[in-house]
Ligand binder design. Structure first.
Ligand SMILES: NC(=O)C1=CN([C@@H]2O[C@H](COP(=O)(O)OP(=O)(O)OC[C@H]3O[C@@H](n4cnc5c(N)ncnc54)[C@H](O)[C@@H]3O)[C@@H](O)[C@H]2O)[C@@H](O)CC1
Ligand SMILES: Nc1ncnc2c1ncn2[C@@H]1O[C@H](COP(=O)(O)OP(=O)(O)O)[C@@H](O)[C@H]1O
Ligand SMILES: [K+]
Length: 499
């Protein structure tokens, strides 16, 4: 997703919260129809900015206030001399309240309003005003068919407020959802615009506050926050007298036979994020290769839990799991690690072993599952995790009393205290092996330098995703290790080492 998301607001709301915001604004003196007119104007401005020469639009309208916004866009377009048609999925005679008023306004402007049919002709820019935040349950017919027709048309689509069919709470397509090129959303940014199926449906995202009183908006606590440069933690600058002992000693535990690279990627990632000292406890046979690749990492062969316990005496932070395997070697190292009163990151096979009850999670741990690992931890299907990613990551944080990162497009970070953050950066070029190992090492490196678990997790996810985006301009074939210099550069841009 593009860097331009940086001009979007930080607080993220559920559908119920946005409804509450609407109600508070109306109660404070702005009539609902006035808000709808502002929404119509904002959507029309955004449409014209993106497709200035289109000259024609077709609005697909439903029956709620989202349809009302759409009727007003049609009226504005018609008055500006465009060809403007509305295809009404719901008989306009059944519209009520503000939506009915908006429909009248479109009629008065001379907009052609026709009932939608499966064979209806679509032309110009398509405006999706079928379903908004009032969506409940799976999309029903004939809405589902209208959405499929819209998606198959090959024409540019602008979604009003939210792509129809997408849940504003979870980002899940409820059966089917519009795939828009542009979404203009109003009053409050919805959490469901940033995770789940949203990255494939929302397109470019624009926000219009509809001149809502900022005090009224700020009076409603948000469901989550969007990670941005302004709200992720910063590492403090280093004094000139700095020495490595102040920036933590991190130990990576992993790399069973055939899996040595994962642990090394995590170790290198921690080193490159500025950890003072980095050690690696791995299979003896991986030590020569590890030393050859990164002489700075203190790589040690371990074959028993006691050897690991001895190493743990000297370290502050553990990253456990990359390439750990699930055999006896990995199991015994994980249970030794779990006994250490150290801040820890549990990734990959540490999570798989956790899901079968092979160990319990110590205090101050960050769990970094992808959806498959999350499903095993929660004892459900991957589809259930993806159906409600915010609920899944919150459930993990609660279940294990640990900070949890649910990876994948629209990564989420939950703290057991209730905080929830979403990262809308990242790129599909990051869908490749080893990217998760780099993330685990990065969280560890930031923890080692003194950030608390939730703050370290948020900063790491944000840096990792931004780095992936920067590298993805070169397309596919991103190697996980390519991230190191870019993460380093981004970290320096965000929080310079020297004042
Ligand atoms: N004052 C306000 O409340 C404002 C609302 N605005 C717009 O209003 C929208 C919310 O309006 P509404 O609450 O009327 O909700 P919608 O416009 O989403 O419409 C809800 C209606 O859609 C139908 N529906 C719901 N779930 C369905 C399903 N699964 N399958 C098929 N049909 C389904 C039902 O008839 C339901 O009554 C926002 O998204 C935004 O576009 C804007 O105009 C700004 C101001
Ligand atoms: N399509 C995508 N968009 C954004 N980020 C992605 C995407 N695909 C993968 N990533 C990120 O890349 C990392 C992959 O981690 P993971 O699946 O654990 O890989 P591995 O186990 O091979 O290291 C995660 O941080 C994930 O969020
Ligand atoms: K919509």
């Amino acid at each position: 997703m593009p860097d331009s998301h940086d001009d979007l607001p930080i607080p993220l709301y559920s559908a119920a919260q946005v409804r509450e915001l609407d109600a508070r604004l109306i109660a404070a003196g702005t009539p609902g129809f006035e808000l709808m007119q502002r929404a119509g104007h904002a959507a029309w401005r955004a449409l014209r900015r993106r497709w200035p020469d289109a000259g024609a639009l077709t609005v697909l309208a439903g029956r709620g206030n989202n349809a009302g916004d759409g009727y007003l866009v049609a009226a504005l377009a018609k008055r500006a001399g465009w060809l403007a048609r509305v295809l009404a999925v719901c008989n306009p005679a059944q519209l009520q309240g503000d939506a009915a008023k908006a429909c009248d306004e479109a009629r008065q402007a001379g907009v052609e309003i026709q009932p939608w049919r499966e064979c209806a002709r679509l032309e110009g820019v398509l405006v999706d005003a079928l379903l908004g935040t009032g969506l409940s349950g799976e999309v029903r017919e004939p809405y589902a068919q209208a959405i499929r027709q819209l998606n198959a048309s090959g024409l540019p689509v602008m979604a009003v407020d939210i792509p129809s069919g997408l849940s504003a709470d979870t980002g899940r397509a409820l059966g089917v959802a519009v795939r828009a090129e542009l979404t203009v959303t109003f009053i409050g940014l919805k959490l469901g615009l940033l995770t789940g199926d949203a990255p494939d449906c929302v397109g470019a995202l624009a926000f219009a506050d509809l001149q809502a009183d900022p005090q009224i908006v700020a009076g409603l606590p948000a469901e989550a926050v969007r990670l941005a440069a302004g709200n992720v933690a910063r590492l403090a600058p280093r004094p000139r007298s700095a020495h490595k002992g102040r920036y933590g000693h991190l130990l990576v535990v992993g790399g069973d036979r055939g899996l040595g690279g994962a642990a090394l990627l995590s170790a290198e990632s921690a080193l490159r994020s500025g950890a003072g000292l980095v050690s690696l406890a791995t299979r003896s046979e991986h030590v020569p290769a590890a030393l050859a690749r990164r002489a700075e990492v203190m790589s040690v062969g371990v074959s028993s839990a006691n050897q690991l316990l001895a190493l743990m005496e000297r370290v502050d932070v553990l990253v456990v799991g990359p390439g750990l395997g699930q055999a006896a070697w990995g199991r015994s190292l994980l249970s030794a690690a779990a006994r250490g009163a150290r801040a820890q990151i549990w990734d990959a096979d540490a999570l798989n072993l956790l899901s079968v009850g092979a160990a319990s999670v110590p205090a101050n741990t960050v769990l970094t599952p992808h959806p498959g690992e999350a499903a095993r931890l929660l004892g459900c299907d991957i589809s259930a995790v993806q159906a409600d990613r915010p609920a899944a990551v919150r459930a993990l944080a609660r279940k294990y009393a640990a900070v949890a990162i649910l990876k994948g497009a629209g990564s989420l970070i939950a703290d057991p205290d209730g905080r929830l953050a979403v990262c809308d950066h990242g790129h599909p070029a990051m869908a490749g092996a080893g990217l998760g190992d780099v993330l685990a090492g990065l969280v560890g490196g930031l923890l080692a330098q003194g950030l608390p678990p939730f703050e370290a997790a948020c900063l790491a996810v944000w840096l990792h995703a931004r780095a992936g985006e920067r590298l993805a301009v070169q397309g596919r074939g991103l190697a996980a290790g390519d991230l190191f210099p870019v993460v380093r550069q981004l970290l320096e841009e965000h929080a310079p080492c020297l004042n």
